[in-house]
Design a protein around this ligand. Structure first.
Ligand SMILES: [Zn+2]
Length: 395
């Protein structure tokens, strides 16, 4: 007998979530493919469509998803001209990795490894050594960087193989642990303005016969969080960054390729109770939970010992129509964090992992007052968050 819909909610099975294209078309595949083309030993080209140049530059625009570029031809005419629909454009989307968040993605870019191996699998995750939450973006509380992420970066290995390697970013980032574990190797050049970064990146690219330069701009993401991707402030940033990309492209030295990408996309979340579920006010979701990690659209839930199964049951019942709710083993088996999970990383993943399918978030008004008020959010497996550009300009 067919049950009425209200008795038979459609729960989203974890295995139905779109898994990032680890190993063929994710952020972790970008630098390995580029340096494989530069004959750095130990790397394999895993993005088949890509033909690296002798000099390769990666410009990472924080928060600028593939779908957002496609939706804004007027604000981003240069980036739009690189899309495959335009004459001559060869751009394509790649996937960011899970969760689609800055710390995780930057580590995937710099190490060439999926989150299950580099071990930054979220905005905040539990440190199994201390039992406390560790914020991967701000690196709080301080944790020995090389212990937390022991793998060498692609930059370090490329530099050792004679490729002129540089990162051009905000001066403040030079000494941060996240830079150390994800983006170090070769020279770091701190420049305050976007224009200076583009100019210096082009100069560094010309500095070697083989070179690898990374540069970064953050404020598309910043304005998106504050005002949303449907705001004039965000559109203004998009226009600005479009000009930066053009500026860099016009200065490329001979035998160069510029790759424009991003760490994740973004989605605006309405301000109402159905769209913003406040964990700190919800006794049902809080029962048996020791720690809530991750971020609104990609939660790591750490249960009180013994309560893992109950927490999974309740989270699935309450949220399972709007979120993919998985046990740690289910999320790992589904490949959300990549094909392999390093031993030290396993315990950082939540007992329950909840990834948003709809335009909803789990906020935490008391513990995360700032994050809970953001307009634009990201973190989950949906295309608007996962798909990031891989746009190419060659000299
Ligand atoms: Zn962000």
């Amino acid at each position: 007998m067919v049950q009425p819909a209200w008795q038979d909610p459609v729960l989203l099975p974890p295995e139905s979530a779109p898994v990032p294209e680890y190993g063929t078309g994710s952020l972790a595949d970008l630098l390995p493919t580029l340096v494989a083309g530069q004959e750095v030993p130990g790397f394999e080209a895993t993005i088949p469509e890509l033909t690296p140049a002798d000099r390769n530059c990666v410009f990472l625009i924080d928060g600028l998803g593939w779908e957002q570029i496609k939706a804004h031809p007027d604000e981003a005419p240069f980036l739009h001209s690189l899309l495959p629909t335009s004459r001559g454009g060869t751009g394509r989307p790649i996937t960011s990795g899970f969760p689609s968040t800055t710390a995780t993605s930057l580590a995937s870019v710099g190490t060439g490894l999926a989150p299950g191996e580099h071990g930054l699998p979220g905005y905040t995750v539990r440190n199994p050594e201390t039992g406390a939450l560790m914020n991967q973006l701000r690196w709080k509380p301080w944790t020995a960087p090389k212990v937390w992420q022991p793998h060498p970066t692609v930059f370090t290995l490329a530099d050792a193989a004679g490729v002129r390697t540089a990162q051009v970013s905000a001066p403040d980032f030079e000494q941060t642990p996240l830079t150390k574990v994800a983006l170090s190797g070769g020279s770091f050049l701190g420049r305050l303005s976007g224009e200076e970064r583009m100019d210096v990146a082009a100069q560094r690219l010309a500095a070697g016969d083989r070179s690898l330069v990374y540069t970064y701009y953050s404020e598309v993401d910043g304005q998106g969080h504050r005002y949303g991707v449907d705001s004039d402030a965000w559109r203004g940033q998009l226009m600005y960054v479009d000009g930066l990309a053009r500026r860099l492209a016009e200065q490329l030295p001979p035998r160069s390729a510029l790759y424009i990408t991003a760490d994740h996309g973004m989605i605006d979340i309405p301000f109402d109770e159905q769209s913003r579920i406040d964990f700190d006010e919800d006794w049902e979701l809080g029962a048996g939970v020791a720690l809530l990690g991750g971020e609104g659209r990609a939660r790591h839930v750490y249960a009180v010992p013994g309560a893992e199964a109950d927490v999974l049951t309740v989270w699935r019942e309450v949220l399972g129509e709007q979120f993919w709710v998985a046990s740690r083993d289910e999320a790992v088996a589904a490949g959300w964090f990549g094909p392999r999970i390093d031993e030290r990383v396993y315990g950082r993943i939540g007992d329950v992992v909840a990834a948003a399918h709809d335009d909803v978030v789990i906020t935490a008004s008391a513990n995360e007052p700032h994050e809970s008020l953001m307009v634009g959010m990201h973190g989950s497996l949906t295309p608007v968050e996962q798909l990031v550009p891989l746009l190419e300009v060659r000299s």
